[in-house]
Unconditional design. Structure first.
Length: 431
């Protein structure tokens, strides 16, 4: 069989349904990571598949320069009805990298129209991931994603993340005074705030060090600093929106409203490529006149089939109360993983918010010492789990699970059981 992808030892899939994948040999796997965090409503969701088919019978493509489409207009209205009232426009693209690139270009053009052309730089955080285009890679704070493509474009600054379990500033919460957030103020001072257009953050980071959930004071502090320095706050919710963390949008956990939000992955339940950037009226008002249009376009932006799929996906989330279900099953998943950790010698701290969960792999649970990176123990757990019929994801020091919002409770329990068997198998090899 011809194969044109660069990575070796890949599973060749033939079909999928719900949270189960089947390869060409007829072997089944539990998908406990929702594809690539995107297939949030299960594979081949009947309602979304039906919407795609029906739209394909009516209109497949609308020329972007002079037309729109009914599903595009309906989806824009639907998203704005879900977002805070300060948002006024939605720009559609086909993926998360494009969305974050769009947000960057939007802010640069916005400040030029406001008579502040020097405001072009973006501050982001170490451990973050914002995409695969060059500008999105420059915003990203994961060295492994950056190093192969350096030198990267200029104009990007990074500050430490709110990683309370391994504070890069050597402080301890809550006595730290949220120094990681206050550092934004110092950075703006020393980097010249008149050159900074925005601060971009993934509200919950799926990082090389596991799940990073900020303390409750973090984003209110960031919002205040941005407001005081005329810097726009951008939330990259490509992964975290549409019920993934138990809310329609992750920023709702902190009662903080961004100026721009990037959306993708779960917007169509992972069935069709689509992403979006929504912006506040204060930003969009700068683009209202004919000579001030947002000079940015993608051939398949607002793709009618993608928009129809997104409308069906959002309808499924609302009809099935899947945000609430994600929160409930998230508590269940966290509890199951904690029980597993208590029985294991190498499974350490568990973190979870909604149906995003990670667990540390440690050599010593008392000291939290990790294994020698050269042993690649978390990767060994991932590969052994796959051999056992479970798809999970490893990071530098642990493993992650983020199953679909629609996963059956019994299947979720089975997934954790297989993980437990896998951990025991690897444990016997490394201790």
């Amino acid at each position: 069989m011809a194969f044109d992808y660069w990575r070796k030892n890949r599973i060749i899939l033939e079909s999928a349904s719900g949270c189960t994948l089947t390869d060409v040999r007829g072997r089944s796997y539990i998908d406990a990571i929702s594809g690539v965090e995107n297939v949030s409503l299960g594979h081949c969701n009947p309602a979304i598949v039906s919407a795609i088919i029906e739209q394909a019978k009516k209109l497949i493509y609308a020329p972007i320069y002079w037309t729109s489409s009914v599903p595009q207009a309906l989806l824009a209205d639907k998203l704005l009805s879900l977002l805070p009232k300060s948002f006024s426009r939605v720009f559609f693209v086909t993926g998360g990298s494009e969305a974050n690139e769009t947000a960057l270009k939007m802010l640069r053009q916005y400040y030029k129209y406001r008579g502040k052309p020097l405001k072009h730089r973006i501050i982001s955080r170490w451990l973050s991931y914002h995409g695969a285009t060059l500008a999105a890679t420059a915003m990203t704070g994961q060295p492994r994603s950056r190093e192969p493509f350096e030198p990267l474009p200029e104009g990007f600054i990074h500050i430490p993340p709110p990683h309370c379990d391994n504070c890069p500033l050597g402080k301890t919460y809550p006595d730290c005074g949220i120094a990681c957030a206050e550092l934004l103020e110092d950075t703006l001072k020393f980097e010249n705030r008149d050159t900074v257009a925005g601060f971009i953050a993934d509200p919950v980071q799926l990082s090389s060090e596991g799940l990073v959930v900020p303390p409750k004071e973090y984003f209110p502090t960031i919002r205040r600093i941005c407001d005081e320095n005329d810097v726009k706050l951008v939330f990259d919710e490509i992964v975290t929106a549409f019920g993934r963390t138990g809310r329609m949008f992750c920023f709702q956990h902190w009662n903080v409203t961004p100026d721009v939000i990037s959306l993708g992955k779960g917007i169509t339940g992972g069935h069709v490529p689509l992403a979006a950037v929504a912006a506040s009226g204060e930003i969009c008002d700068q683009f209202e006149s004919a000579d001030r249009e947002f000079r940015h376009v993608f051939t398949y932006g607002g793709y009618p089939i993608g928009c129809a799929a997104a409308l069906a996906s959002i309808s499924e989330i609302e009809r099935g109360h899947l945000c609430e279900r994600s929160e409930r099953l998230g508590h269940m998943l966290r509890s199951l993983l904690i029980d597993l950790s208590e029985k294991s010698r190498i499974l350490g701290e568990v973190k979870a918010i909604g149906l995003l969960a990670s667990a540390e792999i440690v050599r010593d649970k008392k000291t939290k010492e990790h294994f020698d990176p050269n042993l690649a123990v978390p990767k060994r757990v991932e590969e052994t789990a796959r051999k056992n019929g479970l798809i999970i994801r490893s990071y530098n020091t642990g493993v992650s699970l983020y199953p679909a919002l629609t996963i059956d409770e019994d299947l979720l329990k089975l997934a954790v059981k297989i993980l437990g068997d896998t951990i025991a198998e690897v444990e016997s090899q490394v201790l």
